[in-house]
Write a protein that binds this ligand. Structure first.
Ligand code: CTP
Ligand code: CA
Length: 223
């Protein structure tokens, strides 16, 4: 078994990470979700702990077990994830937003199961807060890394997304049938203000290690 490395690249660093999907309730038995398995975020949390970081993982609903040595906080909705992030971000050196957060939620979830007989065929949606963008606007904020899951124009969309949200770094991957979500192997395009590079294709644990080494370099250069 791998153990915590007190001399690792992230020794002494505190790291907050979100992972997994969010579930937005429609009624007590139904929700809107997405295909995120949480594996990339959990791989990063695992690797960060192995590299010596103190890791807080804010997780949406996943089928994964808590990585060794990681503090895990379970949430379900985007609003819960938002509140947990705002509660735990203060004083952290690094924030990685790996969660696939639902962009919208149901305006008024039904208190009781919606019956077929009501023939309700539409839902009113309202926007969720953009957690990583809000984090990036905080004073004395951590080094912030976002993800961009794209089905087309991956690099261009990710570059624009990094700038729009005010992130230090963005990790872009192509998603779609057989790619990204719900798969073992992945490819990440890492974009920061001054550098662009591609990691993989490789298994998520090895991508996680390489991404964290890039982040550790960038964070250490800041000081
Ligand atoms: N993110 C977030 N809060 C949201 C939506 C997204 O923190 N409400 C974060 C994700 O965790 C990810 C990054 O923002 O790190 C990009 O998410 P993505 O869905 O690709 O970007 P959006 O801005 O929502 O753009 P779109 O879905 O239109 O591509
Ligand atoms: Ca989105």
């Amino acid at each position: 078994a791998l153990s915590i490395n007190k001399a690792g690249a992230l020794a002494g660093k505190t790291l907050l990470i979100t992972a997994g999907p969010t579930h937005e309730p429609i009624d007590p038995v139904r929700f809107i979700g997405n295909r995120s398995s949480g594996r990339m975020g959990y791989a990063i949390a695992t690797a960060a702990a192995q590299q010596g970081a103190t890791v807080t993982l804010i997780s949406g609903p996943t089928a994964l077990s808590t990585p060794h040595g990681v503090e895990r906080i379970n949430v379900s909705t985007a609003l819960e994830m938002h509140d947990a992030v705002m509660q735990h971000i203060k004083g952290k050196a690094i924030f990685i937003a790996a969660a696939a957060v639902a962009d919208y939620r149901i305006a008024t979830p039904a208190a009781q199961k919606i019956k077929k007989s009501t023939a309700q065929t539409s839902l009113t949606l309202i926007p969720n807060p953009d957690i990583v963008a809000e984090a990036a606007a905080l004073p004395n904020r951590p080094y912030i890394v976002g993800f961009a899951a794209e089905t087309e124009a991956v690099i261009d969309n990710a570059r624009a997304k990094r700038e729009r949200k005010g992130l230090d770094m963005i990790a872009a991957n192509q998603v779609g049938p057989g790619l990204g979500f719900d798969t073992e192997d992945n490819c990440l395009h890492i974009l920061s203000e001054h550098a662009e590079r591609t990691l993989g294709p490789a298994p998520k644990p090895s991508l996680a290690n390489e991404l964290l080494l890039l982040i550790a370099d960038a964070v250490n250069e800041q000081h």
